[in-house]
Design a binder for this molecule. Structure first.
Ligand SMILES: *Cc1c(COP(=O)(O)O)cnc(C)c1O
Length: 395
């Protein structure tokens, strides 16, 4: 998945163009910047590639989620449906917005299941935070239909799925609003950065204003701009955007390499009858940043993880047992621990997160292993993995 693996002269050259002007702010000061507008340039590139009307860059994927929630009108007391298999930022952004995370079950797509979503909808449900984990999608037609039927906002977290598509539509552009992350280990890296995607004018205007203290960005004099709303500062710097400009030009190459490398491993693993694969509702649209597969049960999955370690295969993730991506292991979130009192503590009938149970997700995640697909693998690196598989898996 990581674009940093193919950093070269082009990222340095892009940063140099910014530093030669000595100007790192993304807005205004037209006279000083000699026509260098890296954030704007990257936003244009994202819109073109992903076929979306608006892409608004911010300082991180987490900032993109926070901005997307606010911009789409999701706030205090609103229930937002989230998966238990995700990154902590999904939950953090909802809690910091004063909204209420509601956990629902995933299916073998490793994303929220249509039935799981239906089961937790209440009159307070405002949105679904649909997370496209590990580069791929869920059953998007059904998900979209449920959201439309219940008048819910579909927020697509495509932070791990840059460049992925579903039936030709870019992930992150199917719902009313979507997010990308460009942190250090994502498909495209800005060092740190993120983007809000939308085809909706109101959401876009809210997003650019909210992420910059409510500035309306009208005219050429920042000091004279209006402030229709309050906001905060989630701006990206021109230096980070510059790295992204160089990286974005490599997206096609990154996807090609990932898809080729993933296919080699998946073909090899297909020979083993005990292995089955993550369900991909549109396999062609997978960004191929990870290969995720299932073993028959938890015991066997844990044995395989251990054996792959002994065979010195790096980049093997057992999410059910690590504290990065699965709710079961997040005691700080179960206990809603912040440094100060959180808005959710004012909601008397909030869920008790220590009591949240997602047995179907547990059953799936306890059998799931993911392998990171790297860009830098040589033929020998791929062969080493395939040889290791022969020592680990049962025919
Ligand atoms: C990385 C990630 C984020 C947050 O992105 P940052 O840029 O690291 O803040 C949010 N959601 C998911 C699913 C992610 O993988």
């Amino acid at each position: 998945m990581p674009g940093f693996e193919i950093f070269d002269e082009s990222e340095k050259q892009q940063i140099n163009e910014v530093m030669e002007q000595g100007f790192t702010f993304r807005y205004n000061f037209d006279g000083m910047r000699n026509g260098v507008w890296k954030a704007r340039e990257l936003e244009g590139m994202i819109c073109d590639t992903l076929n979306v009307k608006h892409a608004h860059l911010v300082s991180s994927g987490t900032a993109a989620l926070t901005t997307a929630l606010a911009a789409a009108g999701i706030g205090a007391g609103d229930e937002v449906i989230v998966p238990p298999f995700t990154f902590v930022a999904s939950v953090e952004a909802i809690v910091l917005a004063g909204a209420i995370p509601v956990f629902a079950e995933i299916d073998e797509t490793l994303t929220l299941s249509p039935q799981g979503i239906r089961a937790v909808i209440t009159p307070r449900t405002k949105a679904v935070n649909f997370v496209h984990m590990c580069g791929s999608m869920g059953h998007m037609d059904e998900i979209k239909a449920i959201c439309d039927e219940h008048n819910l906002i579909l927020l697509e977290d495509a932070c791990q799925a840059t460049g992925a598509t579903y039936k030709g539509q870019s992930l992150g552009t199917i719902g009313q609003v979507g997010t990308l992350s460009f942190d250090s280990v994502k498909t495209i890296s800005c060092g740190e950065g993120g983007a809000v995607l939308t085809n909706d004018e109101t959401i876009y205007n809210n997003a650019h204003m909210y992420s910059d203290h409510g500035h309306d960005h009208i005219g050429m004099d920042r000091g004279a701009e209006g402030h229709p709303i309050m906001g905060a500062n989630y701006r990206i710097s021109e230096m980070n955007a510059a790295v992204g400009v160089a990286q974005w030009k490599k997206l096609g190459r990154i996807l090609d390499i990932q898809r080729r490398n993933k296919k080699a491993l998946k073909d090899a693993l297909s020979q083993y009858s005990e292995v089955s694969f993550r369900v991909l509702p549109d396999a062609e649209g997978d960004n191929a940043g990870f290969l995720s597969f299932f073993l028959p049960d938890e015991t066997r999955a844990r044995e395989v993880v251990k054996a792959l370690g002994e065979q010195k295969v790096p980049g093997v993730f057992y999410w059910y047992g690590n504290n990065w991506h699965y709710f079961k292991n997040w005691t700080h979130i179960q206990q809603m621990k912040g440094p100060a009192k959180l808005p959710i503590e004012l909601i008397a009938d909030r869920p008790d997160y220590t009591q949240v149970k997602t047995p179907q997700s547990d059953a799936i995640m306890s059998r799931t292993i993911s392998m990171l697909i790297n860009l830098s693998w040589s033929e020998a690196d791929i062969q080493q993995r395939i040889d290791a598989f022969a020592n680990v898996f049962k025919k």
